[in-house]
Design a protein around this ligand. Structure first.
Ligand code: COA
Ligand code: AMP
Length: 633
């Protein structure tokens, strides 16, 4: 059957160059590209190679030139501090060009890296856009990461400047950035030139000149800077994400394709027009925050909301409804975990009934699989479509979903809907052949990937090629497994590597294992993501002690938990480390993590034929029961 969606989708797959050339007409170029796609060096594809543009120009100046300077670009609402603010495109541009001038005064040039480690405040958005204005490459580090993670990002990116704040606020505690930053700068081998601290109201800290400078001081003698002309394939940002080892991968985004693709998604996927108010309740430290708090809505010229709070507890489970009602939000994008948190506190939606949500048209969920229970609960409460869509830091926009601005597809609970235009999604079976409908396998995307995805990894072309583009030649390996059904719906069932999703945050169990292995009493360990009603998954550690250790198990467990908090950060939500006698392994010595996870999740499992000693599985079961991970039968 032909449909508008099928027509557009098929056109994007049959002739991607024509498709994206047309889409690229919608953005501002200093010089329009004549070369749309360079395929000469696979898997390194180049979109819009000879185009000249600027990220910040497309986010701000372009709209002002179209006479929309007095429209609200950014709404800041912080229930955690009780502050609110709104900025028009003119006001935001003025702040951004001034701060770009401050960066310029500090010697930041085109191509230099700037690490941003900040809470959810407007200055974080200003810093990101100011980098784009002068062609610096930003690398935002999520505030819930500890010094070690910040240091590894400073080292890998060889950042010139660090922009941070005096503190962040989490419910019940102030996150002091000073010790975290000091720790990172001590650990990092690469030395930054300057650290800019934004002093938060009533939380000013003492700065150590000359290396440290306050945001206001940096602005004091800054002149407004205009946007510089950037090549389409220059980089806008690096966003580090968990890899299969403890070393994070620097996902890079090139400038032209990013603007073209993200602007297109606002109407086509989310059905958002210029005069709409859009809200993505995520954090700028994650890809959802990059793409849908900052870039896509601003490229579109609509209003975006920056929310510094939590779905519950700031002050209650009604805060999402308050924000939607106050700012007449049309659509919200968040992670399912946020809705599970609201559902847990307010299952009957008592808070919801206090607000007028007549502006609200749809809810989009991503970051982890939207479990059908939560999805149906949200649908019943909100009486609007609730849409699950699938994407990754690597792609920056969704690979599959419901293109509500083209043609609404029916919901299938548990599926992330259909591949989005631009993505030719396939499933490959273990025997390396393409799967038929409903057959499980590794989910891959035929190359070239569409614009806006990652052209490489920061300073790691070979890792890019080996990690993502080699196992299945001609395809991008997503490391998600699942199937595509008879109607072309994509079902994402699990990751095929060691990545877990904790409250929508992507973590590597391998990285947590690396930390645990550093404990002097630990001989070996396994970290698993077990199912959790609120956060989707939670990591737990199983540790085997070295012979002759005389410390008690409880002390060692506590030390292990603290080590993960100190080295990776509170975001890992690592609270359980269980001392066990031995780990189940295959005869060749591979730890049977999959089997242990099934035991912990009370899922049926087959006794692995290669296990060295089946009795260990019963021992593990007992240990999990003792530690309240598993209920006794
Ligand atoms: N800076 C410092 N610490 C942070 C932080 C930040 N920006 N964000 C989270 N943390 C800390 C929390 O304070 C918490 O620390 P604790 O162990 O001392 O309590 C820990 O990291 C875990 O945080 P979080 O995962 O947010 O769990 P939570 O129990 O505080 O809240 C939810 C649970 C579901 C309410 C919360 O995860 C949430 O709002 N999720 C929304 C989804 C989302 O934003 N996903 C991002 C991708 S779309
Ligand atoms: P991140 O890079 O942090 O966005 O995490 C990407 C990973 O999150 C994907 O590879 C999936 O494993 C998972 N994910 C994201 N969205 C979905 C979804 N809608 N359904 C299932 N898994 C998802």
């Amino acid at each position: 059957m032909t449909s508008k969606f099928n027509e557009i989708y098929n056109a994007s797959i049959k002739n991607p160059e024509d498709f994206w050339k047309n889409v690229s007409e919608d953005i501002f170029w200093f010089k329009k590209p004549t070369k749309i796609l360079n395929k000469s060096n696979p898997p390194f594809y180049k979109w819009f190679e000879d185009g000249i543009t600027n990220t910040c120009y497309n986010a701000l100046d372009h709209h002002i030139e179209q006479g929309k300077g007095e429209k609200i670009a950014l709404i800041y609402d912080s229930p955690i501090t009780g502050s609110k603010a709104q900025f028009t495109f003119n006001q935001l541009k003025s702040k951004v060009s001034k701060f770009a001038g401050a960066l310029d005064n500090l010697g930041v040039k085109k191509g230099d890296r700037v690490v941003i480690y900040m809470p959810m405040i407007p200055e974080a958005v200003v810093a990101m856009l100011a980098c784009g204005r002068i062609g610096a490459i930003h690398s935002v580090v999520f505030g819930g990461f500890a010094s070690n993670e910040l240091a590894s990002r400073i080292d890998d990116s060889k950042a010139k400047i660090l922009i941070t704040a005096s503190c962040g606020f989490e419910p019940g505690r102030t996150v002091e950035y000073r010790p975290l930053v000091d720790g990172a700068l001590k650990l990092a081998k690469h030395k930054i030139e300057k650290a800019i601290f934004f002093q938060r109201k009533d939380h000013e800290i003492k700065l150590n000149a000359p290396q440290e400078i306050s945001w206001n001081e940096a602005l004091s003698n800054a002149k407004d800077k205009d946007c510089v002309e950037m090549g389409s394939n220059d980089f806008a940002y690096i966003l580090y994400t968990s890899g299969t080892t403890g070393v994070p991968k620097g996902i890079v985004r090139d400038i032209g394709g990013h603007i073209v693709a993200l602007k297109w998604t606002m109407k086509n996927i989310y059905n958002i027009d210029e005069n709409d108010v859009w809200w993505s309740a995520s954090d700028i430290g994650w890809i959802v925050g990059h793409s849908y708090i900052v870039y896509a809505p601003l490229f579109k010229g609509c209003t975006t909301v920056l929310f510094e709070g939590k779905p519950v507890g700031t002050p209650d489970a009604g805060v999402f409804w308050r924000i939607i009602s106050d700012y007449k939000i049309k659509s919200l994008f968040t992670a399912p975990t946020a809705f599970r948190a609201i559902k847990k506190e307010d299952p009957e939606g008592k808070f919801f009934s206090k607000y007028d949500l007549s502006s609200f048209k749809s809810l989009f969920l991503a970051g982890e699989r939207a479990d059908p229970d939560t999805l149906k609960w949200a649908e019943n409460l909100l009486k609007v479509p609730v849409i699950d869509h699938w994407w990754q830091t690597e792609t920056s926009w969704s690979i599959s979903g419901n293109c509500t601005g083209i043609e609404m597809q029916k919901t299938k609970y548990g599926s992330a809907c259909k591949p989005v235009p631009g993505y030719d999604v396939k499933v490959i079976k273990p025997d390396n052949t393409l799967a038929k409908p409903n057959e499980m396998g590794d989910i891959v995307v035929k190359l070239p990937l569409p614009p806006g995805t990652f052209p490489t990894l920061w300073n790691a072309d070979e890792r890019y090629k080996q990690n993502y583009m080699t196992n299945y030649e001609g395809y991008y390996q997503t490391y998600d497994a699942g199937h595509i059904d008879d109607d072309g719906y994509v079902w994402i069932m699990s990751r095929t590597d060691d990545i877990i999703n904790v409250a929508g945050h992507r973590l590597s169990t391998g990285a947590i294992e690396e930390v645990l292995s550093e404990h002097q009493s630990v001989a070996e360990c396994a970290v698993l993501g077990i199912a959790d009603k609120l956060k989707g998954q939670l990591p737990i550690g199983l540790i085997v002690l070295k012979a002759g250790v005389d410390k008690d198990n409880e002390t060692i467990s506590k030390e292990c938990v603290q080590m993960v908090r100190d080295k990776i950060g509170p975001v890992a939500a690592f609270k359980v480390a269980i001392v066990i006698k031995r780990l189940p392994k295959t005869r060749s010595g591979k730890i049977l993590r999959g089997t242990i996870r099934k035991i912990a999740d009370s899922v049926e499992y087959k006794m692995p034929p290669t296990i060295d000693d089946p009795a260990i599985l019963d021992e593990i079961k007992e240990d999990l029961i003792k530690n309240n991970i598993l209920k006794s039968a």
